[in-house]
Unconditional design. Structure first.
Length: 198
């Protein structure tokens, strides 16, 4: 009788151990699947977040008019790479932060801004107001005064900082707060066209 009870108890302990082992294996498999799937899910979300729909006609027209207004004020639309790292800058009257912007090309003629090459760009404000490193379309103009150390400075218009994707599309901020995108070359064509009467 005792041997029988001992045998049954031994079998029950074995069944419990197998159930715990199976549950642990199941949890491990679930965690592994989650760990493998999470990066893919996050990657998919990030990629989808980078896709910006085509800008509406009104959004494109408004952006073109803003850039043309900038040209009238002495600015030139250029595109290129904003390099990491800021510099404390002073022109003898005001001080602020500057960044290095490598101009790859222009979207419209005019102004005293080079069509290619490095441009030490600044805005007499805190560093927090400067764009983050990356590719952009900017409106640049030659500053009235050089830096205190003699280096030529260029100013930018903070309201017209347009991110430029690796696919060649420019991201626009539309009037209703949404984002739209347009091919860089299409934006250039629109800028070269007849001025908007609206």
């Amino acid at each position: 009788m005792t041997d029988r009870h001992q045998g049954e108890e031994h079998q029950e302990r074995g069944r419990r151990a197998r159930r715990r082992l199976g549950a642990t294996a199941g949890i491990a498999a679930l965690l592994l699947a989650t760990a493998v799937g999470a990066p893919a899910l996050l990657k998919g979300t990030a990629e989808q977040g980078e896709r910006v729909p085509a800008a509406s006609t009104q959004c494109l027209r408004s952006t073109v008019q803003n850039l043309r207004d900038g040209r009238q004020a002495g600015f030139r639309a250029v595109y290129g790479e904003l390099r990491a790292g800021s510099l404390d800058m002073e022109d003898g009257i005001t001080s602020g932060s500057a960044f290095r912007f490598d101009i790859d090309g222009t979207l419209m003629d005019g102004g005293s801004v080079p069509s290619t090459g490095p441009a030490l760009t600044w805005y007499p404000a805190a560093e927090a107001h400067l764009p983050r490193p990356g590719r952009y379309v900017l409106l640049l103009a030659r500053a009235e005064r050089p830096a205190k150390d003699g280096r030529r400075l260029f100013e930018f218009r903070p309201d017209d900082v347009l991110p430029l994707g690796t696919d060649g599309r420019v991201r626009l901020t539309c009037e209703n707060g949404t984002a739209g995108s347009v091919e860089r070359e299409h934006l250039r064509t629109e800028l070269a066209g007849p001025k908007s009467t609206t």
